[in-house]
Design a protein around this ligand. Structure first.
Ligand code: RNT
Ligand code: ZN
Length: 419
């Protein structure tokens, strides 16, 4: 079936394909820089361990080792993915050189260490999101913001404050809001004897970080929760209840962030989106794929990704109330391909949600017509969506499915293979 026929078929269901495509073109999705180098960053020794309960597995050749390589790889991904993108960087991706005085520790970083990222974004008309990096650093004892050691806490609070200033700089320079996500891997491997103390300290530390001045319209600090991490299986300081309660009590200063790898396996973030939007004007998401646990696998075009995107669309989240970011890292396959598959799949799932006759389905639910609702929902699954997706890619000037893998393979031969 061709595009025109597919479009006519959707239009017979009352779906406006042109409106769906134009809408999706405007929605920013934040591309995480850390898929390109296995979350290593540039500010620590190249062979330092990844800590904080996260783990990258695989040693596929071609990892980006320098800012130049990472930026070139991001460019490749951007050229293969439709839609509006932002990029998402961590503080550990600070760029130190002779022109800015060389290396400083994380409590001392300044906007100047991110000037090259600003230039990169400006040249490509991208917004930039930011993350303090509370992991993979000698000052993790192993706790950071919740450490019982006052000196450790101060170091990480100063890091958080520095990151607020950097986020404000990024937002002002780029003229787009900067989502600044606070996540720590703080927790214990085995059963703790004090569960409240670390949480009280974590709360106080975040209070101190958010006491740094910033314009909440430009800088959106987020609190990301987690259920557990590798090596911290028994107890997580920033649990779901902690993080959500913090965000709820500080609505004028921050927003909650849900990563769909961070819940018990039968819990779904798709259902949590409307629950949170009943209380918060704005939320943030890390879209990922957990396989049995928070494994940060590449996002697929699977049921939960589709359901998350449906809820974003149905709840009006494309108008700014849902900040969408990717968060996964797979070092076992070509990293450019991993990045591209995940970003294209989020775009695909958003487009699918936009071409769903949501009003009609809602009407059936409200009339308690569950028979028709089930039949319609099932029949939608075999609509000729692929043709609509191809057209969206064409209009965005990027390859359709079936046309981009060869370009990644050529890049692997010409660039990645030489690293
Ligand atoms: C870890 C969190 C966190 C990180 C990134 C690198 O479990 O999901 O968001 O993945 O900050
Ligand atoms: Zn995350």
């Amino acid at each position: 079936m061709g595009y025109q026929e597919a479009k006519a078929k959707y239009e017979s269901l009352g779906v406006d394909i042109d409106a769906a495509i134009s809408k999706l073109k405007t929605v920013p999705v934040s591309l995480h820089c850390w898929q390109g180098d296995d979350v290593r960053g540039f500010d620590q020794k190249a062979d330092g361990p990844l800590t904080g309960g996260i783990q990258t597995t695989g040693n596929y050749p071609g990892r980006a080792r320098t800012p130049e390589e990472l930026m070139a790889d991001i460019d490749k991904v951007l050229s293969l993915c439709p839609g509006t993108k932002k990029i998402n960087i961590h503080a550990s991706y600070a760029i130190f050189d002779d022109s800015n005085g060389g290396w400083v520790d994380r409590d001392q970083i300044e906007p100047k260490h991110f000037k090259k990222w600003v230039e990169f974004c400006k040249e490509r008309n991208l917004g930039c999101d930011f993350n303090p990096t509370f992991f993979s650093h000698p000052k993790c004892d192993p706790l950071t913001l919740s450490s019982p050691n006052g000196e450790t806490r101060k170091f990480w609070i100063d890091h958080g404050k520095a990151c607020i200033r950097i986020s404000q700089y990024l937002a002002e320079e780029l003229g787009q809001a900067c989502v600044m996500n606070i996540w720590t891997g703080d927790g214990y491997k085995d059963i703790p004897s004090d569960r409240k103390g670390p949480r009280e300290r974590y709360k106080d530390s975040i209070d101190q970080i958010l006491s740094e001045s910033y314009d909440f319209r430009l800088v959106k600090p987020c609190i990301e929760s987690k259920v557990f991490g590798i090596g911290v299986e028994a107890y997580t300081v920033g649990s779901s209840e902690f993080s959500l309660a913090y965000a709820a009590m500080n609505k004028d200063k921050c927003i909650p962030l849900m990563d769909n790898g961070h819940y018990h396996p039968t819990e779904v973030v798709s259902d949590k989106i409307p629950a949170l939007l009943a209380f918060f004007p704005e939320i943030a998401l890390h879209v990922t794929r957990g396989v049995r646990w928070d494994s940060d696998h590449v996002v697929l075009f699977d049921d939960e990704t589709k359901e998350i995107c449906k809820e974003i669309v149905r709840c009006g989240g494309l108008d700014g109330s849902v900040n969408i970011a990717l968060d996964y890292f797979d070092a076992s396959i070509n990293r450019i391909s991993a990045w591209t598959v995940g970003l294209r799949n989020v775009q695909k799932a958003l487009l699918l949600a936009l071409v769903t006759p949501n009003e009609k389905l809602k009407g059936l639910q409200d009339e308690s017509n569950f028979t028709d609702l089930m039949v319609h929902q099932e029949e939608l699954k075999t609509m000729p969506f692929g043709d609509i997706w191809d057209e969206y890619c064409r209009q965005c000037g990027v390859p359709a499915d079936g046309e981009w893998l060869g370009k990644v393979q050529a890049y692997e031969q010409e660039v990645l293979g030489l690293r």
